[in-house]
Design a protein. Sequence first.
Length: 644
Amino acid sequence: MLLSASLTGGRALASPMPQQGLRFIPTLIGDAIPDGVVTALAQDERGFIWAGGPTGLARFDGYRFQRFGLKAAAGSAEKMGFVTAIVPAGHGRLWAGLVTVGLADVDADSGHSVFYQHDAADPDSLTNGVVRALAREEQGGLWVATSGGGVDYLPAGAKQFRHWRGSAAGLPSDWMFALLVDRQGDVWAGGRQGLVRKKRASQRFDAVLAAGADQQALAQETVTMLFQDAAGIVWVGTQSGRLLMLDPVRGSVRWMAQDGSEAAGPVNTMVAADQHTVWVGRGNGIDVRDAASGALRERLTHRRDQPHTLPGADVRGLVRDASGVLFVGEFSGGVQRYVPPLPGIAVLVPDGSDPQADISVRSVLQMANGEVWLGRSEGGVAILDRDLRPSGHLALPRNRAAQAGASPVTAMAQSRSGQIWLGADYGLYQFDAERRLLRSYDTGGGKVRRLLFEPDGALLIATQDGLLRLAAGGSELQPVRLAQGGPLRGYVDALDLAPDGRIWVGGVDGMYWRDAAGNELHELQSYPDAKAAGWSVKGLLYSDGAYWCETDNGLYRIDQIEGQRARYTLMIPVRAGSRRSIGANLLRDGQGRIWSHRASICPPATSSTNSVRPMGWISVPAGSVPTRRSRMAACCSVAVPACC
């Protein structure tokens, strides 16, 4: 997967997404979601996507779903149940409703859960009904809609539930399936025989609509979904497939025209896809509707003749993350993603008949003539012209060590004379400006990770087994040695040339440097934390007198470099319970912001604080390349995070 962006600053999606040729990407679920049955979908405040199914919860970390067992404590038996609803609770927690369990307060950091179930001997316990919907107040209170038990409320920090049941509490029925806490703090509850609302200062629920034809029509429906859009309008979906829009301020109601979409089944979920459209998930696909009028624009359904359409029919969950990616949970279809055209990013999708249609990119380089070369996992290079149109392909010679299959092209560099150097798993290859192979070099079994030209024309080759150097005009690769003796060994994932001519090297045991006129590497030591310099280095970037260094412990800023010591400041630690780094590919844009494929950091001009903005999960279909004509480029791979 190649990510190349024109980094002009984040902004909201302002243009309507195209309605033709939408491509859905399946996520990796394995055994985490049995049979691909998804019954609930949500995103927590940390960006994780959670899916519920017949046996419990699974969490998506950007690569794949992993099962998340529900246990009261370490060593206790796992509780399994059919998940009906999920709502984030902040601070690494979330609430989940389960058919046989009741309610679970899940701590994602510790992996432990607190369970709430009905107890006939305790009148303050959870009601005796199946949890169907959850809604959380801004202050932390939780509302619970049940089938057969009315509506419950659990105040923040409390253990005792309050109950609203039957006509005495204003409910039209004790069979309730939908909840919404609106921006005024009012609580909306929908179920059999319509819709009611409890004003923030009230102690009971009341009918939303005044007596009349609309109220009578709504009372004949079973409300299954409630959603409030950016304009404050409440969208109401029903079991029969009907849709209506309610204005809480004016009290007006507008029923959607019966355009045939109601035949697609009950309304299960809704989300604002962008400023112009609302997606409505149904029992047989998705309605794409105009956000202002509610008019149907398009129906998204499974098409056997179109492989990138929805794989299933019954849509149970819709989530839009911070980057605009839409996640779709289906009953038996797993979780799919749709990546809309994001600001600054375009997607190049090869034609299905193109032999390179299934390209997987491991490295990228823009040539002096404007061409963009894409190093492929399958071996060789796909070449795009200045306008990003396919213009050629360069194959590597077969290597006996490669056995079956071609060697991935993992690094590329172009010399001042125009020669192109390609690093692969099984050697180094030199081509002239006309793309003719001049020579291949044996790297001693060390797979190439990075390539960097020195000012004198020498080439540095970072490999999985140390650092090699090819002198300008030379013919032999020589290992780069340490000042204390012996060659540098192990993974080398980062190389950089500093403005003062120093060469910086990031390896498995930390950072090293070499003077412009020197031949040996010196190990960098850190303060105030002496252990910081020992972390394995994945990415390296120089910016405004400091180095940004991505390690297994998080992202460090390295400055005040004096001799063999430097100050290490941990800017973004690796999340608790995760060994997932911020991103091995680091870039600096024209505004001084540091970017990776997982976050952007705004270094301060005069203060000691930083603004960190997660980028969400930017996902790209297999066989497509997100790209933008720009000299700033980063590459990443689902299979190999530090791919370049």
